[in-house]
Ligand binder design. Structure first.
Ligand SMILES: *Cc1c(COP(=O)(O)O)cnc(C)c1O
Length: 458
């Protein structure tokens, strides 16, 4: 056992201690995530079919359920060194303020210009596109974190980057849009007139402010209709979770170095990529029977795919051009209430995270946004970092678990993912500070409408 007092506020690994391979948790899963299906034939997507949309090497990673470690190419490791290793912070100030016997740690992924963990996969996906000799990539973005990360990666590698940004964010969040353009990306508000699917959605829903599902459909069409382009996605897919395993591997390495044993691991869950990445090595130990952990996914009460969704095949996008994925879902037609400010608004959940949840290897809980912003504000004042609203879902539950320890006197070790900073989310903070934020929890009837649109697959 390491001496408690020797654990520094921040544990930084040496560059030489950074992971040299990503960990593919699917290799240790007894029940593999269900394959993506072709929406026309309902047969598993072949590598060839996927290769029309995604880069070849990423297709291989997507379909690889068996290789436990996949080497991180040197070029990607070099880029990672621009902002990694990221610190594992011991939240001494938070513990003190809460007067809890719990030991709280967070892995902070906000130390790069994009302000989140998304750069970990953006650079990998851009690298494989470049290696394949492509001209550029297309993608969608909601609030803009993923688009920003991808623009940074593409600028570094000299690739063209075309981003379809959900229209309401494009108009209301000019700052991230301009960061993307500063890095050389072209940004189009979605739905747009530039694609057939965008024109169709606009004709059916004039005046729509867009959704992630729509923007995905447009970005996929843009990729498949231009020579030398492929589509990339910032969450949900197996390959993205694979790249994000760098978060969990670094966390585990830092903890092992100081002899710290986690009891509870907590992450926020939108599409499931940061959570999947953070928990992968811990789940791997659980699956191999080497250790046991409580693992908690935290989602918004207004978009509760794990806690209230159905485990079923569903469309990943509104235009229904993407493959079907088996996941916990609210239905591709589900659109979270307009007053939802806290991110994490995707209707589905990563198939890997979904399968782990279905098999009882992880728990899930949902939290209301006013409680999330209370935790965010508390954390900012105590620990100094202004957290992203998404990350603050994990903060909320970490604080709640630490308060339970205060009651019971248990000295549990809690680790959570602090995925990013909230500097571009000040409109949401403003609402909270003005007391204008409220909670909206969808009724069962609201959810039934989304479920009614689920495709029939058996
Ligand atoms: C995108 C994002 C998330 C949610 O995405 P996941 O794929 O669920 O990880 C969480 N936190 C931040 C800061 C993000 O930008």
């Amino acid at each position: 056992m390491a001496n408690e007092t020797k654990i520094p506020y921040k544990i930084y690994l040496e560059e030489s201690e950074m992971p040299q391979a990503w960990y593919n948790v699917r290799a240790d899963m007894k029940n593999k995530p269900a394959p993506l299906l072709n929406p026309g034939t309902l047969q598993p997507m072949t590598a060839q079919e996927l290769g029309g949309v995604f880069c070849q090497e990423l297709v291989e990673q997507e379909l690889d359920d068996h290789t436990p470690y996949i080497p991180i190419p040197q070029e990607i490791r070099d880029f990672y060194k621009m902002y990694r290793p990221s610190p594992l912070v011991r939240a001494y100030c938070l513990e003190e303020k809460l007067q809890t016997p719990a030991k709280i740690y967070y892995k902070f992924e906000g130390n790069n210009t994009s302000g989140s963990h998304k750069l970990n996969s953006a650079i990998a996906q851009a690298y494989y596109a470049k290696k394949q000799g492509l001209k550029g990539v297309t993608t969608e973005t909601g609030a803009g974190q993923w688009g920003t990360a991808l623009s940074m990666a593409c600028a570094y590698l000299g690739l063209d980057c075309q981003v379809y940004m959900v229209k309401v964010s494009y108009e209301q969040k000019p700052f991230r849009r301009e960061v993307m353009r500063t890095y050389g990306a072209s940004v189009t508000p979605s739905p747009s007139e530039t694609t057939a699917v965008g024109r169709k959605i606009l004709a059916e829903h004039p005046g729509t402010t867009g959704s992630l599902g729509c923007a995905i459909s447009e970005a996929v069409e843009a990729a498949t209709s231009q020579e030398g382009y492929r589509y990339v996605l910032g969450s949900v897919l197996n390959q993205v979770l694979l790249h994000q395993s760098v978060i969990g591997l670094e966390t585990k390495a830092a903890m092992d170095k100081y002899g710290i044993q986690a009891d509870i691991v907590i992450g926020c869950a939108g599409g499931g990529s940061n959570l999947g990445g953070l928990i992968s090595p811990f789940v791997g130990e659980k699956l191999r029977g080497e250790a046991d952990y409580r693992i908690i996914a935290v989602e918004p009460a207004s978009c509760p795919s794990l806690t209230r969704g159905k485990f079923a095949y569903d469309f990943c996008d509104t235009g229904m051009v993407c493959p079907l994925a088996k996941m916990y879902t609210l239905g591709s037609g589900f659109i979270p209430s307009a007053n939802h400010a806290g991110g994490l608004r995707y209707h589905g959940m990563s198939p890997v995270v979904s399968q782990l949840y279905h098999d009882g290897l992880i728990e899930a809980t949902s939290v209301e946004q006013t409680k999330v912003f209370e935790a965010a504000t508390y954390f900012a004042r105590v620990e100094g970092i202004l957290p992203a609203p998404e990350s603050s879902h994990a903060i909320r539950v970490a604080i709640d678990e630490a308060l339970k320890c205060k009651e019971t006197g248990e000295e549990k070790t809690i680790v959570f993912g602090l995925t990013g900073t909230g500097y571009f989310d000040m409109v949401a903070y403003e609402k909270f500070n003005n007391g204008e934020m409220n909670d909206y929890i969808p009724t069962d009837d609201d959810l039934a409408q989304g479920f009614a649109g689920l495709p029939q697959v058996d």
